[in-house]
Ligand binder design. Structure first.
Ligand SMILES: Cc1cc2nc3c(=O)[nH]c(=O)nc-3n(C[C@H](O)[C@H](O)[C@H](O)COP(=O)(O)OP(=O)(O)OC[C@H]3O[C@@H](n4cnc5c(N)ncnc54)[C@H](O)[C@@H]3O)c2cc1C
Length: 350
């Protein structure tokens, strides 16, 4: 089979490797010389605090990344502060079912954050720069053609085109936050928003923390530095605005962390960066054929590192017609963006 992939971000490149391994001829179109994709700017958390039906996808991504090269995945224990105990218990049961050794953090000696809603969760941190470089290497080694400087447009009556020529074979659109602009009526289903993180110096936590109760995460990256961010989603009219960070927001995140750890007031923000993320009306991705005939894989929200490679595998199966797109990932009325939406995408506590 011949496949053209629009977008050389984490999803597009993972899919290209998956298809090339299965013996298909693949071309990836990417407008930037080096992908400016969201993944390289992400915090790299392979999140396991997910609804039960999505957790296997995170584990599949971990397996995919580990299989590319050693050293890209670092397994960690993270401290998760849940909003309530029933929610925490549900996630712990789900972790047990899938062989993850996560436990209720009731030990009063735990620094900073013990309590009845806290758990030590098995998660992983992915070296995203290394991952993107390695996938790129694999793709070229497997004979994937990567066309850089190629901004694909939708040619009325012909579909996705570049330099006036319609793309060949099966076409997959994996253009992240730009998908809504590229696919006809795409903006009805996809909403771009800014995903942001900051590097801070001082007041490092002893381990990564995901605080759902106050709404922030913090990941220590060296003895004195951490990355900090949240899941806020302010809609953007133009995805490119997502590259313009909003420093004030990072101070808001730091303030929330300071409610747990007063030493955070001594830290300073060193750098703030951002990229556009993309979500749908119900916060879950779309992996499905658009009525125009292209396969769309997009709307991964702030969890594309966690879910991207696994969704790429699903997309490869769908292209080979060996499986139907799962119903939760299909175009449907619930995916339409509505005012006040989207919801928190992977909210386990609903
Ligand atoms: C600050 C930050 C922190 C994050 N933290 C995490 C985290 O800890 N864990 C996690 O799981 N996820 C995280 N994410 C989210 C994750 O990075 C994204 O969900 C994921 O990278 C999306 O991948 P993608 O391939 O769908 O889109 P992208 O990575 O955005 O790739 C889309 C590609 O399509 C290309 N493109 C656009 N228009 C066209 C066109 N017309 N023709 C051809 N190509 C086109 C773009 O140039 C781009 O390279 C974070 C993101 C950010 C920004």
């Amino acid at each position: 089979m011949r496949v053209s992939i629009v977008g050389g971000g984490l999803v597009g490149l993972s899919l290209s490797v998956e298809l090339a391994r299965r013996g298909h001829a693949v071309t990836v179109y990417e407008p930037e010389p080096l992908a400016r994709a969201a993944a390289t700017r992400s915090a790299g958390l392979l999140v396991t605090i997910l609804p039960d039906h999505l957790l296997p996808l995170a584990l599949e991504t971990r397996e995919f990344v580990e299989g590319l090269r050693e050293g890209l995945v670092r397994d960690v224990k993270a401290l998760w502060i849940a909003r309530d105990k029933p929610c925490m218990d549900g996630v712990l049961r789900s972790h047990e079912r899938y062989g993850l050794n996560s436990v209720w953090a009731h030990d009063p000696g735990l620094p900073l954050f013990s309590g009845e809603h806290a758990a030590l969760i098995e998660e992983s941190i992915i070296d995203v720069g290394g991952l993107m470089g390695t996938i790129y290497e694999w793709a070229t080694r497997l004979g994937v053609e990567i066309v850089s400087g190629a901004r694909v447009t939708w040619r009325r009556g012909y579909g996705p085109s570049w330099k006036g020529e319609t793309l060949h074979g099966e076409v997959v659109v994996a253009a992240g936050a730009w998908t809504g602009l590229l696919v006809p009526d795409g903006s009805e289903y996809f909403m771009p928003y800014r995903c942001q993180a900051a590097s801070i110096e001082g007041a490092n936590p002893p381990l990564p923390i995901e605080d759902d109760s106050l709404g922030y995460y913090i990941v220590p990256v060296s003895p004195n530095r951490s990355n900090i961010g949240d899941g806020a989603n302010t809609p953007l009219t133009d995805p490119d605005e997502g590259f313009i960070p909003d420093p004030e927001d990072s101070y808001n995140v730091l303030e929330r962390y300071a409610q747990r750890n007063s030493r955070a007031w001594e830290s300073r923000v060193l750098q703030v960066w951002s990229a556009p993320c993309n979500t749908t009306g119900d916060g879950l991705p779309i992996v499905d054929y658009h009525e125009s005939g292209v396969l769309v894989v997009s709307g991964l929200n702030g969890a594309g590192v966690t879910l991207g490679p696994a969704l790429a595998r699903i997309a490869a199966d769908v292209l080979e017609a060996s499986r139907e797109p799962p119903s939760i990932f299909r175009f449907s009325p619930s995916k339409r963006v509505r005012p006040g939406r989207p919801l928190e995408p992977y909210d386990v506590c609903g």
